[in-house]
Design a protein around this ligand. Structure first.
Ligand SMILES: Nc1nc2c(c(=O)[nH]1)N[C@H]1C(S)=C(S)[C@@H](COP(=O)(O)OP(=O)(O)OC[C@H]3O[C@@H](n4cnc5c(N)ncnc54)[C@H](O)[C@@H]3O)O[C@H]1N2
Ligand code: MOO
Length: 396
């Protein structure tokens, strides 16, 4: 039977994905989170007319170059002057301080000479009025951030400025990662044990999960022992939104990644895709839990995680799946297309304005990942009229 292609697999994956529910969190914890509800301002900003400069607050009608006003008080940010400014009067004022009643203009202190309680206004103080009008930035109740917005530094500033201390965020997908393979040990322990290799895949997958908004609640390694794997599967299905199983995806005598879920009614999404690397990748559902089976070969695991797991996490986390599939044409030195019955995704590095496939593309290799920072969809490359080759590129 012919294997399905990448686009078909992606379409099957995207069907029926709903963002997870919202939860209230402190704004201080909001970095990287996605809004489940819009953020509106709880205050107007500025709350009242305020000074944009250090200087004196005056009535504009009183002042021309050479006038002196009598200073009757001081307005600091957080400690406003409570009186009202009369004709010929001024108030010493500092940036951010509320303008006293009666004042409508601020003159920067660089244009003022102070002498006892008099302030002499010099030439060239205009044309700026140096007043921030009440509510000119935003008013109480104004929409500051829409639902679906990804919270980064700017969005944190904006919400905090609106006096918002808590937000409603889409719950992060809870992800359990299981590395299967009797040969696997924790990195740092393989040198001391014959016939073992470091589990290089699951730390990398855990990092990818974090990058795409997931929360790794469990990272476990188990030997190729079906009863032990099945016991783990039962527990994981109880509370995970996404289960990632690495290895055991192929046809080997001890490839149990799918068999370990035999007790649960697994609904296949797809199994095996005509891509290289990563053909044995499979995805299934059990209730609301998605199970993502990644091939054990390290390069295949990382490529398929980027192609399928990243969009899945983005969508569960309340963002359009497309944010994780932002293929952009990039210049490449030579035609990267390759013949074969599977669509080839090349791992590549960005060098200046061009992308360059790394020299080793083998699915079992790991050293090539020292340089790799993107994937190339080589079959979709094209040559411009000026002879340059362009290829769709997906950053890692
Ligand atoms: N007869 C066939 N053999 C294979 C086929 C096939 O179609 N017919 N497909 C090949 C392809 S393509 C791939 S990719 C691999 C995928 O195999 P599995 O998912 O079953 O992975 P394993 O056999 O468990 O491991 C493969 C390889 O990767 C190493 N590995 C596994 N997990 C990790 C880890 N967490 N960290 C580092 N390295 C890991 C493992 O030791 C093996 O060397 O199957 C081909 N075979
Ligand atoms: O698909 Mo496998 O990933 O080619 O080695």
């Amino acid at each position: 039977m012919a294997l399905i292609g990448y686009d078909e697999a992606l379409a099957l994956l995207s069907a029926g994905i709903e963002p997870l529910e919202g939860e209230t969190i402190a704004l201080a914890q909001a970095q990287g989170r996605v809004l489940a509800a819009p953020v509106t301002a709880r205050i107007s900003f500025p709350a009242g007319d305020a000074s944009a400069m250090d200087g004196i607050a005056v009535r504009d009608a009183d002042v021309t170059p050479g006038t002196a006003v009598r200073l009757i008080g001081t307005s600091y940010a957080g400690q406003p002057f409570s009186g009202t400014l009369g004709s010929g009067e001024g108030v010493r004022i500092f940036t951010g301080a509320l303008l006293p009643d009666g004042a409508d203009r601020v003159i920067m202190q660089e244009h003022v000479r102070f002498e006892d309680d008099l302030a002499h206004v010099g030439e060239g103080y205009g044309p700026g009025w140096h007043v921030r009008r009440a509510g000119e930035d935003f008013g109480k109740g104004d929409l500051l951030l829409p639902a679906g917005c990804l919270m980064g530094t700017g969005q944190l500033l904006c919400a905090a400025g609106g006096d918002v201390g808590e937000i409603m965020a889409v719950r992060r997908p809870r992800v359990r990662i299981l590395a299967t393979g009797s040969e696997l040990v924790e990195p740092g322990e393989a040198a001391a044990h014959a016939a073992t290799i470091p589990d290089s895949v699951s730390p990398a997958i855990a990092a990818l999960v974090c990058n795409w908004g997931g929360e790794v609640v469990d990272r476990t390694r188990l030997p190729d022992d079906l009863p032990a794997l099945a016991a783990w599967a039962g527990e994981a299905l109880a509370d995970a939104d996404v289960i990632v199983v690495t290895g055991g995806a192929s046809v080997g005598a001890r490839d149990f990644a799918q068999a370990m879920f035999a007790d649960a009614p697994l609904e296949p999404v797809f199994s095996k895709v005509a891509i290289k690397p990563g053909k044995p990748v499979w995805i299934a559902r059990s209730g609301k839990t998605r199970i993502v089976g990644l091939p054990g070969n390290p390069s295949s695991a990382l490529v398929t995680a980027r192609l399928f797991l990243a969009p899945l996490l983005a969508a569960l986390g309340g963002r359009p799946m497309a944010v994780a599939l932002d293929w952009q044409d990039r210049k490449v030195e030579a035609d990267p297309r390759q013949d074969g019955d599977r669509e080839v995704f090349l791992i590549a590095e960005t060098v200046g304005g061009t992308v360059r496939p790394v020299s080793r593309q083998n699915s079992g290799g790991q050293s090539q990942w020292a340089l790799a920072n993107c994937l190339l969809r080589s079959a979709r490359s094209r040559q411009d009229s000026d002879g340059t080759w362009k290829v769709p590129c997906l950053p890692f």
